[in-house]
Design a protein around this ligand. Structure first.
Ligand SMILES: NC(=O)c1ccc[n+]([C@@H]2O[C@H](COP(=O)([O-])OP(=O)(O)OC[C@H]3O[C@@H](n4cnc5c(N)ncnc54)[C@H](OP(=O)(O)O)[C@@H]3O)[C@@H](O)[C@H]2O)c1
Length: 276
């Protein structure tokens, strides 16, 4: 029941109806006995600044920000966490003592999901893609001491990313398959494999993979992507992208509602069912 003590958070986007965040956070409030509520906050771009400041003034703990507000959120923040600076993005905002603090939780969510699947984060990592998600993942893996290699269809974007992060090595899209033998982790952070996208034959590209290579996809619709299926046919360990979505949400929940939410099979099933 909502009362005068209910802690409030939400997600600002335009549109925002597709977001699974309200379902996930309100489920966590319920099962963790938290007096909290998480609202969808459809916000037109021209009202974003006033709305963000208004939510802070109205006593919200913070918000998630999604398309098209991520860049505006970054500009409006009084402070950015080191992770947000390194990732060059903000997807989570905390209101603290009248200040707007920007955080990026994608990289943390990616790593926490790997750890939950028993993967050791170490050694040489090959990341495919150089978009916003690839940068967040690369920054988190660099922070955890990995040697990061980034392969992207447009090489200049991979080079710009390693320069901006002051870390990692950029290689051409045609070179990554031959470099796999020394890698402990291969990550698809491109949009290849998303539902409705073009077909892509991954299997021949994995011929140099060692038996202990872990293969992770950040695409989560579908959950079993062609990339993961190719890796499974080579009997490699795989981790799908749904857990990253769940674990990245945990960072905000922890700060806004003061509880570490449990991630269990029911949490995965809730999200998976909503995506089917
Ligand atoms: N699991 C999660 O929680 C989570 C979180 C964030 C994002 N994601 C998913 O991650 C994916 C990427 O998101 P993003 O925001 O980083 O997107 P983005 O900024 O648009 O970047 C897309 C990336 O995919 C590459 N790409 C697209 N089509 C390609 C093709 N045909 N061949 C090779 N490379 C191709 C692009 O290469 P170019 O630079 O050459 O164009 C670029 O590196 C999306 O599927 C998104 O849903 C998942």
């Amino acid at each position: 029941m909502i009362d005068g003590r209910t802690k409030l958070a939400g997600v600002m986007g335009w549109p925002v109806g597709h977001s699974r965040s309200p379902m996930l956070h309100n489920y966590w409030c319920r099962i963790n006995g938290v007096n909290g509520a998480y609202l969808p906050l459809p916000t037109q771009p021209e009202h974003f600044s006033a709305a963000l400041k208004g939510l802070m003034a109205a006593g919200f703990r913070g918000v998630n920000v999604t398309i098209p507000h991520k860049e505006a959120a970054m500009r409006l923040c009084d402070d950015l966490t080191d992770t947000a600076k390194r990732a060059g993005a903000v997807n989570t905002v905390f209101f603290e003592n009248g200040r707007i603090i920007g955080e990026c939780t994608d990289g943390t969510g990616f790593c926490e999901n790997l750890i939950a699947h028993g993967v050791k984060i170490q050694g040489r990592v090959m990341i495919l893609g150089a978009g916003g998600a690839a940068r967040a993942v690369a920054a988190a893996l660099l922070d955890r001491g990995c040697e990061v290699v980034i392969a992207n269809r447009t090489l200049e974007r991979a080079e710009a990313l390693t320069a901006a992060m002051q870390g990692g090595e950029a290689v051409s899209w045609y070179d990554w398959p031959a470099l796999l033998s020394g890698c402990s982790l291969l990550v698809n952070a491109t949009s290849l494999g998303m539902e409705g996208g073009s077909e892509f034959d991954w299997l021949p590209l994995l011929s140099q993979a060692g038996p202990h290579l872990c293969v992770a996809d950040i695409v989560y619709t579908p959950r079993e992507t062609p990339f993961l299926m190719a890796a499974q046919s080579k009997r490699l360990k795989t981790v799908d992208g749904l857990g990253m979505l769940i674990y990245q949400a945990r960072v905000g929940f922890r700060v806004w509602f003061g509880v570490e939410p449990k991630v269990d099979e029911d949490t995965f099933e809730l999200l998976a069912a909503s995506l089917r």
